[in-house]
Design a protein around this ligand. Sequence first.
Ligand code: ADP
Ligand code: MG
Length: 646
Amino acid sequence: MTATAMPERRARSGSAWSRLVANPLTVIGLFLLAVLGGLALAAPILPLANPDATSLSERLTPLFSPGAWLGTDHLGRDLLSRLIWGTRVSIAVGLAATLAAALIGSTIGLVAAFYGRWVDAVLMRTIDTLMAFPYLLLALAIVAALGPGLLNALMAIAVVNIPFFARAVRGQALAIKNQDYVAAARLSGFSDARIILTEILPNVLPVVIVTMSSTLSWMILETAGLSFLGLGAQPPTADLGSMLGDGRDLIHRAPMVALLPGLVILLLAIGINLVGDGVRDVLDPRLKSGALTRPAAATKRRLPPAPGTPEMDERLVLSVRNLSTFFEVGGRTLKAVHDVSFEVRRGEALGVVGESGSGKSVTALSLLGLVASPPGVITDGAIWFNDRQRGPMDLARLPVKELQQLRGSRIAYIFQDPLTALHPVLKVGFQVAETLVVHQGMGWADARREAVRLLDMVKLPTPAEKAHAYPHELSGGQRQRVMIAMALANRPDLIVADEPTTALDVTTQRRVLELLDELRREHDAALLFISHDFGVIADLCDRVQVMYAGEVVERAPSAELFRNPSHPYTRRLLDCVPSLTDDRKIEAIPGLPPAVDRLPPGCPFADRCEEAEAACREGTIALRQVSDRHAARCIHAPGAALAEAS
Ligand code: ADP
Ligand code: MG
């Protein structure tokens, strides 16, 4: 590890700890464990009476007796001393059993997942057999066979817990085993043991730790249970369970003898569980951020009152006005998209360009309420969609049910990666047919025929055969054609394509783009086309808008924008487009876009702009009308400031 990486690592581990103690329940758990664990650890050096020394004259003394704060038991032994020593034994046994189960179970899981086939079959069927027995009964049977005793109880508890580790680890390892970096390690000739230890194990470790944190308290309880039944700790050694057992007969005469160990067991279990939950949250931040919870059916909205319905002529399909979509993460608000306005007309293609992170995808996803919530919230603006039958409707305020009906029927969405957007275990013909059945109520037989026709329309070779292929059996270009077929299946009025060809090679990209262009003209649909590639936009789009830090900074007909870019950012972006005909040097734009949770006042590009002056950093910069259909958000652009929402 390099010297510079060290502080960063320390900072990160520091932040894991601070996230752990930021959770008040975890702090309570840590406190409980620190007190109980600290006492147990310190037992040999504490001024405690001998826990096993009996004194028949001092039997069952009450709480706070001189010489025995917590009183004594039926043999006159000091309860405080026995409790602390007993806690020590219980924790030690629980920890040892957990470690043993984790070690053996994880090894079994790793080996079974890695070697698969008969190794997997033999190991996992053995594990299944273990799991087929009722859990405590099995532990009892093992102790009965081995004979009572703490060590035997420990082994029994460890054995019955092995399956939990084996199964959890195997499941995780199976997924990791097929990752490319594991294949790479294999190809570079690493030994099996090395691959398991360095490539797979680190990735399953969080699962092991989480499983340990949840089994540790069970194991302490189970050991206590066995000792309670007389099968664990044997006199004179005490653990919490055997103390509980001793107290059982005295519960009416001297309830403290049973209550005290019971209370310690309770506190121990609470402490371990609270800390375990905290550790789990820290190890898997997705749990806390809500990313693993089921996302809402549509992006959350927190909008001002509805504006009046605008006039929309027949050709106007989409009119977005002052749209703002923010992400609320932790205490921060990321202004991913703010105050964005634009229009798309029937038969027109509007291109959206900008660096990665400039808010292109969030703009597109907001239209259909597809931004994940949490953390996404649409906080302002209106999204007017001109429905053929119902006229203008505001998608930002449309009931979610109606929005869902528009998705995939009136408005189609083509995603960047068709492999993740297509269902991996359903045949592509079925997936195309399904959109027809769902949105048009078509019968399945008709839908299947129509699906083949659509696959033919997107120029998939041998469409009738390909309809029976699974997504992984198609090439990237073919998959994207399937996505386009699905998008066009219901003759949408608006097609949103978010970098649809980024995952494809240049020739395939060209063909897919030509197809998209041809089809949207044929269908007279409006196309919102997102790309980071000016070349692609130039070929395909009638108009372009450039986005930067969540804002539209320039908009013009394509030819005009390339001829006369009026925003310095656009000029810099255009300079980055490689050309085969001149040999000018390509220079990256210096600096980085501003963090969207701390946008500076004024122009967000000012810090990277050579032409920036003091006025650029003050107030909001309005779009200025450069020429008839050309606008730029720069104080140096010629022309008058424009009223927004044009
Ligand atoms: P792009 O222009 O590359 O498509 P995006 O629209 O995806 O950019 O992202 C715009 C901004 O929103 C980025 O700053 C990104 O960090 C932020 N963002 C996107 N998705 C999330 C999310 N789920 N949580 C927090 N921030 C997000
Ligand atoms: Mg994107």
